[in-house]
Write a protein of this length. Sequence first.
Length: 509
Amino acid sequence: MLDILVSLGQGFTVVFEPLNFGLIILGCTLGLFIGAMPGLGSVNGVAILLPLTFLVPPTGAIIFLAAIYYGAMYGGAISSIMLGIPGASTAVATTFDGRPLAKQGMADKALIGAAVASFVGGSISVLLFTFFAPPLAHVALVFGAPEEFALMMLAFATFVGLGGDDIFKTLFSICIGLVLSAVGFDIISGEPRLVLWDITGFLHGVNFLVLAIGIYGIGEMLWTVEEHALGGGKSMLSSATVTVQRTLTALKEILVTWKATVMGSFLGYFVGILPAAGATPGSLMAYGIAKQISRDPDKFGKGALEGVCAPEAANNAASTGSMLPMLTLGIPGSPTTAILLGGMVIWGLEPGPRLFVDHSEFVWGLIASLYAANLFAVLINIAFIPVFIKVLKTPFTILAPIIFTLCLIGGYAPTEDMHDVWLMLVFGIVGYLMRKLDYPLAPAVLAIVLGPLAEPAMRQSLIISDGEFSIFFTRTYAGPIMVAALILLFLPLFKLVFNMIRKPGVAEQ
């Protein structure tokens, strides 16, 4: 323990060098705006700015890119809350309750909640990173395909209840998402599947961000246009403001969400350290569990502050967690850390167990920079909240075309394919109709995220076990996770049957 504290102290001496200190502040600021731009996100931001880092020493370069990563995790919540457009896939769950809060004139509360929860998630994850790196890396290494599938099943189980009391509509929404996630090439045979009308654009699959921006960006805009027209052309968002009193009140309300925030922090960090899992599944799982443990689950989707804090804590914790397998095992935990890993190799830093011994100054400088980046990211985020609030005061006739343009950019940026832009417009209309017919949108979006992760894990597991499903219950880690997932999965059905049995008895009385 003392050795760790001494090493961390040496890391802070690296951080407080003027160049590195300036790079952290610059990286957090750039990351905040990169994360807020729909379709850009931390992956593209880090990839675009990677060549600039060859002008500075390797330690400063990785500190700068890590600060961008941190800032982007904070920034993703901004467009999700203010415009209803997810800035990145990691911020989709924030849209579920962040956008309703903004429409109720409480955007400041949602933004402050997102910033504080992100800070808590980042702080807890950095502490876990500092003191428990080797054992957690070992746990991540033990997780194979059966464990990953069990974890995905647990994620599905947590969001079965996201659609409210209508379980059948929720299951229908999940099935639509799973079908869309299967579009493209079969992962085993390589044969095309579900390529509708032989349109070649479907060969690369349905991009998750295209679906999310279509449903929550275009769909939300169509819904708001209708409400705006029915409201006689009056803006419903002009009541949003920032005052000292409102900020203090928001902070008091945020304290009540501490259970959801802490849960999201630990869950996000653990999911983040799993190779190739990343922050998106972690934030979605945190949202589902936050609803399960909430005293007022019916409020979720209508403006619950826990629905903002839990996923924001999780995605920031996961961003730190994903660096752990990168540094200790040389395995990237997310797409962004894969780019960071490539940069490290270019700089002559070989990730793995020897990195902590051979390049201790670099490693502890990076770990110490995460503490600083987390602090500066929350300060910069809160400082810009009055600027973000002004977006809501923009007349809707000006705001609507801006939102539409940002959606088009966000749909085109990931693949640079016009097919995805047209697909996004279709998803926008479908999302609007599903909302009109009271079908839950969240389960479909979540299913298309988890589908591409769950399918290969299941098929690889069955190949290993010669088709025996028992592999999901007999392995040390997979068994308990799968049992917990099945209990959560069937719990709503048991409640439904119980209520159906109970109602005749009530009627007789």
